[in-house]
Design a protein around this ligand. Structure first.
Ligand code: AVJ
Length: 337
């Protein structure tokens, strides 16, 4: 990749990596332990979807993206494939030529690897809660783009987007693909977007956002309850991660994967259902579950083009445009600050 002269020829071959997450060990910081205990002890038990992403969970999600039923990843990739040049031109028209690209929930960084040759960022900042998985992925990106300045961040950004000084302040562009914003309830999504749109906080020039659109229930439910059972494994693996973090004694064989589309709320809901009455124990706690009782593990909100455009404007973004696939199953939004 031939970079302009003012970009240093070779940055160090290995990415910088800052881990702002795993330090929150159980029992010290009121981190995972307190959050998980409160969620599980609630009358309507729930666990945040961020706990899907331990090392195995990140790999299972990678497998999900290869499933025939799970259309979001390839549909989004198709949109980027068809619109790379327009997207790069849209940023250039706003004077953004070599952005600092901040990739939220980067995972294996595959989406950014496809985008980097077109946007030619001068710094790439992949951010993910699955720190070890991300570290490996960032090294892959570095070996593909040896001259690129990379700063990997192990971080739970759902709790706030305070970025360290190693992240360049100039021409920041947030990249939030894959419809991960869908995990936030709409009012939380608005707050998260407001943070990015606020020059004082996000200090960004804009956001490239991937959003899954509302469609027929059968297609949606198949995408979250695939015939191979990979999504079921992804969902149940959360209990193994909870056992790791909470020293609890969940037995995954006692739980059934449930995925349903709640049309009234325009969201996919994933739950784990107790197959018979049982108790789960962890230090200081015992939680009884009746047969059929559920733990809510994920909401994945589905938007309309108009609905997301309005939300981005409400959040403070000034220029909003989108690209979508011919069936309007998925959309990529550019929202400028
Ligand atoms: C990574 C949050 C975008 O909600 O579609 C995939 C996660 N859950 N299958 C989504 C997920 C079940 C995915 N996101």
């Amino acid at each position: 990749m031939n970079l302009p002269l003012n970009i240093p020829a070779l940055s160090p071959a290995s990415p910088q990596f800052i881990n702002l997450y795993t330090d929150a060990v159980p029992g010290q910081a009121p981190g995972p332990v307190q959050e998980l205990s409160e969620g599980l002890m609630a009358a309507a038990a729930s666990v945040s979807p961020k706990y899907f992403y331990n090392a195995l969970g990140s790999k299972l999600f990678e497998a999900i993206t290869a499933l025939s039923e799970y259309y979001p990843t390839r549909t989004e990739a198709g949109i980027f494939g068809a619109s790379h040049a327009q997207i790069a031109q849209t940023l250039a028209d706003r004077g953004i030529h070599h952005p600092c690209l901040i990739d939220l929930g980067a995972g294996n960084c595959a989406k950014a690897m496809a985008l980097i040759p077109h946007l030619q960022p001068r710094q790439y900042v992949p951010v993910d809660i699955s720190a070890d998985f991300l570290k490996e992925a960032a090294e892959q990106v570095q070996s593909r783009f040896p001259a690129l300045d990379i700063v990997g961040l192990g971080m739970d950004f759902s709790a706030g987007l305070a970025l360290p000084d190693e992240v360049q302040a100039h021409d920041r562009v947030f990249f939030y693909p894959g419809s991960s914003l869908g995990n936030f309830h709409p009012e939380q999504a608005l707050q998260f977007l407001q943070h990015m749109a606020d020059p004082a906080q996000g200090r960004a020039r804009g956001l490239l956002l991937g959003i899954d659109l509302v469609k027929d229930t059968a297609t949606l439910e198949a995408a979250y309850d695939d015939s191979l059972g990979v999504t079921a494994a992804f969902n149940k693996n959360l209990l193994l991660n909870v056992n790791q973090l909470l020293q609890s004694d969940f037995d995954v064989r006692q739980w059934r994967h449930v995925a349903l589309f709640n049309a009234a709320q325009s969201r996919i809901e994933m739950h784990l259902e107790a197959m018979h009455a049982l108790s789960v124990r962890w230090p200081g706690h015992t939680r009884r579950f009746e047969a059929g009782e559920r733990i809510h593990t994920e909401s994945s909100y589905k938007y309309t083009l108009g609905g997301m455009t309005a939300l981005l404007k409400q959040a403070g973004f000034r220029q909003v445009r989108h690209w979508s696939d011919p069936q309007n199953w998925f959309a990529v939004f550019w929202a400028a600050v």
